[in-house]
Design a binder for this molecule. Structure first.
Ligand code: FAD
Length: 482
């Protein structure tokens, strides 16, 4: 199969309706705009890798639908090894860019989740969602499209349910059901890299009850569909020269205002009793594979820390125990994620899902240890890598003041001041800037992970193990509640 190239991808983005809002205007060309070009560069990289035979084992796979060799991020994950390749693809991207590649992650996971859920819903309700989903996957697969996944609603007041909010729009919902499709309103927020996608696939952000079935909706929508506006969140704007990172990840708010979704792209409409399965399966695979992301990111942070040590004039060896501490964290989350994949189960629809308890434990440890990775990287680099401690590129290259500033930025006498400035900016970007990744809340909050582990902890069974070993024969029950 002929894969889309970066040039064709850029042409696709340029042909889209102007619906990405930033700095009081709709961006004319997101490929070159200074506020979005690093995002597009980030998502373009996968198209470059796809053309390179060295990466074919990771980037490509046999389509479960056509048997052809296709971009891996359009294939169904049918076994633990497929899930591991999901993680490996993400880790490779982190090694190349240091940051998140949502265009080959969130959409992929989302349609894999819908694969089983649509099959179950069809079996119960006689709907034809699974057939529609399959046709849609064939389409994006044949075009090598970039697709994002959107779960997170604006939510409004966190203490209230969707139906209790001041406005139903806090959660995306169906406002009209027609013969040819549905109309949706509301907002999905913080959707990673969404401006750089061809399409976005939306699923419910929580489990809904029967009285909230208008919120139990899933559909695919072109990024530039009429009725959909993207608002870019603040990230890394206005940077120049070595202040600007080549690759960036940027989140968008998706505002749906009477957005029409044709029937063939609707994969759930009111089947509230399946919304919980969507969340459970999405988080299982996402939280297993996010260990690959954080370990890839963490490996680059080790590299950035070593660069900084050398740019400061020290051997990286001085900090070897600190690098070991960082690698312990990287291996913990990578390995726990792999374990969750290996302990996963195949669904009768053919899709494969990671073990939820291990995946959620992984998310918890990842969120908890992320700050430690950043702390060590800053510790090694020195004050210059902390926020606001390095003059900017413009001043450092000022014809008069630049040389005077750069004289004092130099560390190691064998290396240029620019090298030290670049290494410092990268460490700052990873540890305090827009290069810090969503390892706390991405894919859901750590407290949510604890809830799953709590629910899956069979205390009574474990009490019995302990009692047997201790030779306790009388029943030891919890004291009655007073
Ligand atoms: C950089 C980034 C990229 C992202 N990319 C995507 C994406 O591509 N797609 C996508 O769908 N989402 C994405 N997200 C969103 C992410 O999934 C959410 O941030 C996450 O689910 C947490 O939701 P929230 O931000 O609304 O936090 P909140 O729900 O406001 O949670 C904040 C805290 O309050 C707690 N809390 C919330 N409600 C309650 C309650 N009722 N009772 C007790 N405690 C409560 C939570 O456990 C948490 O500790 C991204 C987030 C980030 C930061």
């Amino acid at each position: 199969m002929k894969f889309r190239t970066r040039e064709e991808y850029h042409a696709d983005l340029r042909a889209m309706r102007r619906n990405v809002f930033k700095n009081g205007k709709f961006i004319e060309d997101i490929v070159t705009d200074p506020d979005t070009r690093a995002l597009v560069e980030n998502e373009s990289l996968t198209y470059d890798l796809l053309q390179d035979p060295r990466y074919a084992p990771i980037l490509t796979a046999k389509s479960t639908l056509t048997g052809e060799t296709v971009a891996r991020w359009h294939t169904l994950m049918t076994c633990a090894e497929d899930l591991m390749m999901y993680g490996k693809l993400k880790k490779l991207h982190f090694h190349k860019t240091g940051i998140c590649c949502a265009g080959v992650c969130t959409g992929w996971n989302t349609f894999n989740v819908l694969w089983s859920v649509t099959a179950e819903a069809d079996a119960k309700y006689g709907t034809d969602y699974h057939k529609r989903l399959e046709a849609w996957v064939r389409d994006i697969e044949s075009k090598t499209h970039k697709v994002g996944g959107a779960l997170t609603d604006a939510k409004g007041d966190r203490a209230k349910k969707a139906s209790q909010q001041n406005s139903p729009d806090f959660n995306v919902h169906v406002t009209e059901i027609r013969d040819d499709g549905i109309v949706v309103n509301g907002a999905k927020v913080m959707i990673a890299n969404a401006a750089a996608f061809h399409e976005i696939i939306c699923i419910p952000g929580t489990a809904y009850k029967e009285n909230e079935k208008e919120f139990a909706v899933s559909f695919a929508v072109p990024r530039d569909a009429p009725g959909l506006t993207l608002v870019q969140a603040e990230g890394c704007e206005g940077r120049q020269g070595w202040d600007e990172m080549k690759y960036a990840s940027m989140a968008s708010y998706l505002l749906f205002e009477n957005c029409f979704i044709p029937k063939e792209k609707v994969f759930m409409c009111g089947e509230w009793d399946f919304s919980g399965s969507i969340i459970a399966r999405f988080t299982a695979n996402y939280r297993a594979a996010i260990g690959s992301c954080m370990s890839g990111h963490g490996n680059v942070m080790v590299g950035a820390g070593a660069l900084m040590a050398r740019a400061n004039g020290l051997s990286a060896n001085v900090f070897r125990e600190k690098f070991v501490d960082m690698e312990m964290i990287n291996n913990l989350v990578y390995g726990l994620g792999l374990g969750a994949m290996l302990a996963g189960e195949k669904h009768p629809s053919g899709a494969f899902y990671a073990d939820p308890t291990l995946a959620h434990a992984n998310k918890y440890y990842l969120a908890k240890n992320y700050a430690e990775l950043r702390r060590i990287c800053q510790d090694i680099g020195g004050g210059v890598v902390e926020n606001g401690c390095l003059p900017n590129y413009r001043d450092c290259t000022d014809p008069e003041m630049g040389p005077k500033i750069m004289k004092y930025i130099q560390g190691n006498s064998e290396l240029s001041a620019e090298t030290r400035a670049r290494a410092a900016r990268l460490c700052e970007w990873f540890t305090k800037g827009a290069g810090t990744m969503a390892f706390i809340h991405g894919g859901g909050s750590p407290d949510g992970a604890r809830v799953v582990v709590r629910m899956n902890t069979p205390i009574e069974e474990y009490v019995q193990y302990a009692a047997n070993i201790a030779g306790i024969t009388e029943k030891v029950e919890d004291p009655a509640k007073k």
